[in-house]
Design a protein around this ligand. Sequence first.
Ligand code: AMP
Ligand code: MG
Length: 357
Amino acid sequence: MNTILIDTQQNNDTVWLAEAAGILRSGGLVAFPTETVYGLGGNALDPEAAKKIYAAKGRPSDNPLILHIADMEALSGIAKEIPPMAEKLADAFWPGPMTMVFEKRPEVPDATTGGLPTAAVRMPAHPTALALIRAAGLPIAAPSANLSGRPSPTTAAHVWEDLHDRIPMILDGGPCGIGLESTVVDVTGEVPVILRPGYVTREMIAEVCGACAVDPAVEHPTEGMRPKAPGMKYRHYAPKAPLTLVEGEAKAAAEKIASLAAEAAGKGLRVGILGTEETAALYRELLPEAVKDRIRVQVIGSRKDPSSVARNLFAALRAFDETGEEELFGETFPTDHLGFAVMNRLEKAAGHKKIQA
Ligand code: AMP
Ligand code: MG
């Protein structure tokens, strides 16, 4: 299948919107930008479209899809009931990077929800995504537009890398502003429960609802717990080379990473380091000249601005695959606020391999 790539910033809506909506209405797939990551969209009410999404991504079919909507009216067609806490959260964070899990109505097919009696719903805050959903006149099921297991795509080039020739159309709206997937919140119980951390933090949700719990499997994923968001149990976000995280205060961690990197490079390996603006100069100082040409430091952002780290993280992980480093080391971040989501993705990318500085 030939894939059409359309730059939505250079082309007027009239060039692509009707065609993209037509593909969705006839059961086909369109990849599109959102403020979090790129999504791979299909008609959420059509089980055949859901099957195409799973096939294109190579995704296990028990991992449910998020339904994307453009207005609150569409929510009533999906959710059996809209609890008061969901109304509050929607008021506070929609359109935006937060997904809510509701008891589903029977119209939502099992193929979309991976057989679950619940449906996850989000109203994205991206003009291209909203225009597409409105033009299609449907809820759009859209997981991240990457091959299953790879880092999520934050540019159309990442989507192209993974999915060209597998889907008919990719809309290029430039790089995603947030760069991490949405926060998934279960609103079917007494208090909101975070099933997947994201840009909307536990602290922000607690401020709106008075309380916010976190599914225990998010924080203790290696202890045989069954996460309530099925996707959380899969290997995810992983670069091709093994990644080890080094915990500790930034300077101590950088020193430890520099010595581990020098040791690996001394054995002839090509080494990648996930560093920050605050530590970049330290690596330049600490890495021995003899092995420097085998070590690449990728700066992902500033420790003073966690959103810069979130925005660049997936692109950095993909870049290591491109440049072919064989052993990777990464710094860690405090787990409050947005750091909770950043560390959740980093730990998954590292397969939970962590050492102390
Ligand atoms: P992605 O499609 O890659 O953004 O991942 C969507 C995430 O939402 C996965 O972790 C899913 O398991 C989770 N999810 C989707 N629908 C539900 C649901 N009905 N209940 C719980 N988690 C869900
Ligand atoms: Mg994904």
